[in-house]
Design a protein around this ligand. Sequence first.
Ligand SMILES: Nc1ncnc2c1ncn2[C@@H]1O[C@H](COP(=O)(O)OP(=O)(O)OP(=O)(O)O)[C@@H](O)[C@H]1O
Ligand SMILES: [Mg+2]
Length: 232
Amino acid sequence: MGNISKLPLVQLQGVSKVFGKNSSELIALNNINLTINDTEFIALCGPSGSGKSTLLNIIAGIDLSTSGMVYLLGNLINTISDEKVSKLRAENIGFIFQFFNLLPVLSVFDNVYYPLMLNGMSKRQAKDQVMDIIENVGLIKHYKRVPNELSGGQQQRVAIARALVKQPKIVIADEPTGNLDTKTGQEIIDLLLAMNQKNKTSFIISTHSESLKNQALRVVEIQDGKINNETV
Ligand SMILES: Nc1ncnc2c1ncn2[C@@H]1O[C@H](COP(=O)(O)OP(=O)(O)OP(=O)(O)O)[C@@H](O)[C@H]1O
Ligand SMILES: [Mg+2]
């Protein structure tokens, strides 16, 4: 039993990703080694085109590596069925995107409830859990509104609540403050740090924000598809 709980959440060994073929071949990731454990808060930094989104998509099992090993909670995801990858992802990973990706016709409540609905939970069963996380992100007054009645920062709070509602072990965020002004971006960073502490969820966050980089517990720098410097 002890062994299972000590498995890293994510482990990448010699992971490479090549897009295209022959003359149009592009090496997006080049021999990446990375381990993510419980309760981490990682800033994934690097210039545009360095491979951040590609790396996050591979960790999430949204995209497959060209070579190397990708383990999600001890499961080698290159070798298990799509169905099992989907299940692992649904149960263990939350996602936050730059452009929020909320469902525009659904209320705040229903956007946050949505992942639980997909798991077959009734609204009645889910209600307390959904309202709890909406309260945690500071939107209790607005739970009936639809996304376009909210500010950008508020919409990102909804996306954070949606990512956390299933209490995933890890949250993957691709430039979550990229579409927000500095002050609102800082509020979102503070909220992510608070959620990391409160829920013991690990976060890996791609970012161009110096502020997020400075506040992260661990910084992974990627350049030309290679991790070239790690600060703890
Ligand atoms: N589906 C794809 N097909 C071909 N090339 C791709 C594809 N996705 C990404 N790339 C290329 O892979 C490299 C890494 O892209 P990626 O999107 O991971 O960079 P990034 O670090 O997230 O950049 P940004 O900071 O601009 O979001 C880039 O050269 C990009 O053009
Ligand atoms: Mg990107």
